[in-house]
Design a protein. Structure first.
Length: 70
């Protein structure tokens, strides 16, 4: 399953969250590390839902970049 994550730069590294999985967040020091950490966080979150006999929410969020004139 594929979920969109949002990554934001912080003073000490990066933080990220998954809009389709409320409460699924992580922080790490590098961009590569936050991507790996969020993949683990999403997997952990989905395992928790399964343990509670709940279905994983559909992945509905998408992201895009737009170009605006300077």
């Amino acid at each position: 399953m594929k979920y969109t994550i949002v990554i934001e730069k912080t003073r000490t590294g990066f933080s990220a969250y998954c809009p389709d999985l409320p409460g699924c967040i992580a922080t790490d020091h590098t961009l590569d590390a936050i991507k790996r950490t969020m993949a683990e966080a999403v997997e952990f979150h989905l395992d928790g839902l399964r343990a509670q006999h709940r279905r994983a929410p559909a992945a509905r969020t998408c992201a895009a970049e737009v170009l605006v004139p300077a």
